[in-house]
Design a protein. Structure first.
Ligand SMILES: [Fe+2]
Length: 231
């Protein structure tokens, strides 16, 4: 499997390019509009054929490149249910397998940060990979105070769904603000302060107390992302 991570310095967002090495069919997850040229150049230079673009959820802090990439390459634009955006080709649900030849990506619905949040699990060889969106960050978890977020549901997603995956799974989030790029589930369940709770109620209380400022670009980003970034 081909795997690459990109970082957008403006929004501290990660995006991911994955491909089946043999057929060169590729998927981009959590693209950032300002990096469209970078993705297109990479696809060309690496002789990859973009077949799918998809996001882990409707982002509030940056605009997705998914609509533009679809327009430029003719690829499919997938979104998890509940799907709210215009321009989506197909939707997927919890447990669905998104297949590109030998590359299989399992969609895991992990509501909490938003109601449309998904994680993507790739069971590759001995080193499974999980793209965690904003559900599980490195030493953090995504806030739950807007876009139909729910600390109650997020607790369930983290402890009933993600914790049941192999603990050596490498995790790759949609954001990092502290210079980290990857972790493992084992490491997060040992060191992530948000996961150091003994009950669901404790988790909900902790999220309630965060008192975070409104994301700077939410009023621009969410409406744009409801059109897959095509303004
Ligand atoms: Fe988010």
């Amino acid at each position: 499997m081909f795997f690459r991570q990109y970082f957008d310095t403006e929004s501290c967002a990660f995006s991911y390019l994955l491909a089946d090495k043999q057929s060169r069919k590729a998927v981009i997850v959590d693209s950032v509009k300002g990096q469209t040229e970078l993705y297109l150049n990479q696809l060309k230079e690496l002789s990859l054929n973009l077949k799918i673009v998809m996001d882990s959820h409707i982002h509030a802090d940056h605009i997705t490149a998914s609509g533009l990439l679809k327009k430029e390459t003719g690829c499919r634009l997938l979104q998890g249910e509940p799907s709210y955006s215009e321009g989506v080709t197909d939707t997927f649900n919890d447990g669905d397998l998104i297949q590109l030849d030998a590359l299989g990506i399992r969609a895991i619905h992990t509501p909490g940060h938003t109601d449309d949040s998904y994680c993507f699990f790739i069971d590759c060889e001995s080193r499974p990979i999980l793209l965690t969106g904003d559900t599980l960050l490195i030493r953090g978890t995504g806030r739950t105070d807007f876009q139909n977020g729910s600390a109650n549901e997020q607790y369930h997603s983290l402890f009933e769904k993600l914790k049941k995956l192999p603990e050596h799974t490498r995790i790759y989030p949609a954001h990092d603000y502290h210079g980290m790029t990857e972790s493992t589930l084992r490491e997060e369940f040992e060191w992530n302060p948000r996961l150091k709770v003994s009950t669901k109620e404790e988790y909900i209380e902790q999220m309630k107390k965060l008192n975070l400022p409104k994301p700077a670009r939410i009023d621009q980003a969410v409406p744009a992302n409801l059109k897959c970034g095509i303004e």
